[in-house]
Design a protein around this ligand. Structure first.
Ligand code: ZN
Length: 66
């Protein structure tokens, strides 16, 4: 399965662009490190802060574009 031109990748780029600030220690991690899992129409993003090991999660719903 290719993720090169999918909503996943676009969302990922959006996160990469804005960066992620750790809610626990304020560390800004821009090197990625998102783990993306999907369950049908939802996408879960999980990020583990390398500094304090806090776990950030986001959930997105995919909109079918038709
Ligand atoms: Zn942190």
């Amino acid at each position: 399965m290719s993720l090169s031109n999918t909503p996943f990748e676009r969302l990922r780029r959006k996160f990469d662009d804005s960066g992620l600030e750790c809610g626990q220690c304020g560390n800004r991690e821009t090197n990625g490190g998102w783990r993306v899992t999907t369950t049908g129409s939802r996408v879960h993003y999980q990020f583990v802060c390398p500094a304090c090991r806090a776990v950030e999660t986001k959930e997105m719903r995919l909109h079918s574009n038709r």
